[in-house]
Write a protein that binds this ligand. Structure first.
Ligand code: 3DD
Length: 417
């Protein structure tokens, strides 16, 4: 067995978690059955940098069943589920991941996954791609291509592609409709509330719940907080997103105002310095602050420390800061993504589609990589509809089909009103 994990004794628990996820990811299991026979990934060495959760384990097992050799690390120091990592390690998956990595250990784990000289990279937040581009550009020569799971990762890789800095093609899995419109909205919505409740046991009903960012993730979180009876406020920098919030019945105001009235704050912007010193200074006693964006730069903890006279971990993933003004602020999961650091991430059912896109992206790169340009590729409409169709089938849902006449009518331009 190759790799480094927290504790092999946890493997049994991890196997049961993965079994649970497999029972709730029918699309992935169908893909595993279909491609386990044809093995389209045979000969591929996939290095993955993606949260080690029970759902990721299902993806890993499916990639291996399809013929790939994998090497895996987590993509956040606090998101690895140690029992899942132990189960994967015990079944021979080369994995370097444990909960509570230092920054140095985090990048060391990524380095270990590069020893196999990957032909494909599978990334979430672009740390693996950046490591290859910035520290091991020579490895890019045998990389056919890669994929990127998350919004901020895709933003950065598109910028690299626009500047002709990409050393190999990248498939923007995040931007697939069957990922973005489901994982980001319904997954982040539920899992972020899950993380907040596991870390605090707080009652949401009647609380003033401030969501920074009303994109797909923020919209999902706002929807679920509202469903639990919270009084939701959103903050934004984009007029159209702000308008959507208002029309959804969500109050909109600048963070400078929301900071004074909020009980619970969550950032979902992808931007840095969203909650900073002047906000902490006016927050109510007992305010809870957390983040569900990929990177831990949205809540400025360095500035909070300048106001802190004492702090203690009052509950797992919940640190009480006592400020100079005598008020307490509770920071969850060290300002890292609360859904994965304090809970289990998105439910299996939405990851089923996200990872079906990842799996198909791997097949696309394996088949076409040598002929692709060094840019970011979007998931095709056909693939989106194929995955959504597979998902509906597993839910025993039937839908209508256009007749030939209707197909013709769609593009007819000689019929008026
Ligand atoms: N992410 C959220 N929940 C996850 C889970 N259960 N397993 C693996 C990864 C998970 C994060 C990403 O899928 C995606 O939501 C993102 O954009 O980062």
């Amino acid at each position: 067995m190759t790799g480094k994990i927290k504790n092999i004794q946890l493997a049994d628990s991890g196997r049961l978690k993965i079994e649970w996820a497999e029972a709730h990811m029918p699309v992935m299991m169908a893909l595993r059955k279909k491609y386990g026979e044809t093995k389209p990934l045979a000969g591929m060495r996939i290095s993955g940098c993606l949260h080690v959760t029970k759902e990721t384990a299902v993806l890993i097992r499916t990639l291996i069943a399809a013929g790939a050799q994998v090497a895996w690390s987590g993509c956040n120091p606090l998101s690895t589920q140690d029992d899942v990592a132990a189960a994967l390690y015990a079944e021979g998956v080369p994995i370097w991941a444990w909960h509570g990595l230092t920054t140095e250990e985090f990048y060391w784990c990524i380095e270990q996954t590069l020893l196999q000289k990957p032909t494909i990279t599978l990334d979430d937040g672009a740390d693996l791609v950046f490591t290859i581009h910035n520290k091991h550009p020579e490895l890019a020569k045998q990389v056919l291509g890669g994929s990127e799971e998350t919004t901020t990762g895709v933003h950065r890789l598109r910028a690299m592609g626009d500047d002709q800095k990409l050393l190999y093609p990248i498939v923007a899995v995040n931007d697939a409709e069957t990922k973005w419109d489901f994982d980001n909205v319904y997954g982040t919505g539920q899992s972020s509330i899950d993380g907040i409740i596991r870390a605090t046991s707080i009652l949401l009903a009647g609380k003033t719940f401030v969501v920074a960012g009303y994109g797909h993730c923020g919209k999902g979180v706002a929807m679920r907080a509202k469903g639990l009876g919270a009084d939701v406020i959103a903050t934004e920098i984009k007029p159209t997103a702000a308008l959507k919030a208002i029309l959804e019945g969500i109050r909109m105001m600048p963070m400078d105002e929301a900071a004074r009235v909020g009980d619970i704050f969550i950032t979902a912007t992808g931007m840095k310095d969203v909650i900073v010193k002047r906000h902490f200074e006016v927050m109510k006693d007992g305010a809870i602050v957390c983040n569900t964006g990929h990177y831990d730069c949205e809540v400025n903890l360095k500035e909070l420390e300048t106001l802190t006279v004492s702090k203690k971990e009052i509950r797992p993933n919940c640190v009480q800061h006592t400020l100079k003004n005598g008020k307490r602020i509770f920071v969850l999961a060290e300002g890292r993504l609360v859904n994965l650091a304090a809970a289990e991430g998105h439910p299996s059912e939405v990851m089923d589609m996200s990872f079906a896109n990842q799996f198909m992206a791997m097949m696309f790169v394996a088949k076409n990589g040598a002929n692709l340009e060094k840019r970011v590729y979007d998931i095709t409409e056909e693939q989106d509809q194929e995955i959504a169709g597979l998902k509906l089938e597993t839910m025993n849902v039937s839908i209508d089909k256009l007749t030939d006449e209707q197909v013709r009518y769609q593009t007819a331009y000689n019929e008026g009103t």
